[in-house]
Design a protein around this ligand. Structure first.
Ligand SMILES: Nc1ncnc2c1ncn2[C@@H]1O[C@H](COP(=O)(O)OP(=O)(O)OP(=O)(O)O)[C@@H](O)[C@H]1O
Ligand SMILES: Nc1ccn([C@H]2C[C@H](O)[C@@H](COP(=O)(O)O)O2)c(=O)n1
Length: 295
């Protein structure tokens, strides 16, 4: 057990780390899905093509066990039982990894696993995710994958796998539902071959107005993209957000259809404008996002 002075120093250091991280204000994408849904596999692809750093909460916890830390035995026992380690422990590991890495774009894989993880992370770090990538896969397929993973993981046995599925259903799905209610979930059908899954992942990370696979936009697509950019600027003015490009497409749709946009624009400008804006923007929204990307 540490002395009161040591504990005080540790706390001060922790506070200093938190304030550094808050200053860094990194972009965070939470990567969620059942055990074996392919989170780690797809994160490796995203890292390679989109410059993110991959932080797997499970890997960090396993490294902590190996390091012989004082929490090692507790973490190991919980993982063997398929249980979720207390948030305080996992969040400290994530904070340290983000700071040590120095990048400002992180894929946080396998976190938050429950409501306690979610609330504690936002409370302590003041960082909210840009969005949540959710890999949706059947239990039969996940079980098949985990039983043939062959990475020597102690929790890849049928007994622990079943417990992990139960914890995912009971504790992790509610977190995904929470973010879905905020319009932040991008759902992927993860039951397909790796390459097909990655095609869907890529569409979420690639800027929507970028030429993909040499495809040139048609005149109609150019007009729609121009319109979307313009709507972003309007939405930014209305909400006083300084960077229009940080506004997500789904938010623009809300603006176009929602009260705020209507009231602001029908008061300040021609009502005809709103009449045109709503259907065009809604059409653009539907064209830009495939239904798969909505929860
Ligand atoms: N789309 C896929 N089709 C078939 N096998 C896959 C697919 N994606 C991943 N796998 C394989 O399934 C196993 C589990 O994948 P991965 O480790 O990426 O899952 P995970 O969601 O990160 O799991 P965990 O949460 O347990 O860490 C690996 O052996 C991987 O090679
Ligand atoms: N936020 C987290 C993430 C992981 N764990 C524990 C419990 C999991 O069963 C185990 C393995 O995680 P995975 O590599 O499958 O993502 O690690 C946790 O307690 N809290």
């Amino acid at each position: 057990m540490g002395s009161v002075v040591d504990d005080g120093k540790k706390e001060a250091l922790q506070e200093a780390h938190r304030s550094l991280l808050a200053d860094l204000n990194p972009t965070v994408v939470f990567v969620l899905g059942g055990p074996g849904s392919g989170k780690g596999t797809q994160c490796a692809n995203i890292v390679e093509h989109f410059g993110f750093t991959h932080l797997s909460a499970g890997d960090l916890l396993r490294a902590e066990i190996k390091s012989g830390s004082e929490n090692g035995t507790m973490i190991s026992d919980m993982i063997k039982e398929g249980k979720i380690v207390p948030s305080e422990v996992t969040i400290k590991l994530l904070e340290r990894a983000m700071l040590e890495n120095g990048n400002d774009k992180f894929l946080i894989d396998g976190f938050p696993r429950n409501e306690e993880n979610r609330a504690a992370f936002e409370d302590v770090t003041k960082i909210g995710p840009s969005f949540v990538l959710y890999f949706d896969c059947s239990e039969e397929e996940m079980e098949r994958r985990l039983l043939s993973r062959n990475q020597g993981r102690e929790d890849d046995n049928i007994e622990t796998i079943r417990k992990r599925f139960k914890v995912f259903q009971e504790s992790s799905l509610p977190v995904i539902e929470y973010y879905n209610s905020k319009g932040k979930v991008r759902k992927i059908d993860a039951g397909r071959p790796i390459e097909e899954v990655y095609e869907s992942v890529k569409a979420i990370f690639a800027p929507k107005d970028e030429k993909v696979n040499g495809h040139r936009h048609t005149l109609m697509e150019c007009l729609i993209l121009f319109w979307m950019k313009w709507c972003r600027v309007i939405a930014a003015i209305v909400t006083k957000i300084s960077d229009p490009m940080s506004i997500e497409t789904s938010q623009i749709n809300c603006f176009a259809n929602g009260d705020c946009f209507h009231r602001t624009y029908s008061n300040a400008h021609s009502p005809c404008f709103v009449g045109v804006a709503t259907p065009v923007t809604t059409y653009a929204y539907r064209t830009t996002l495939s239904t798969e990307h909505q929860y």
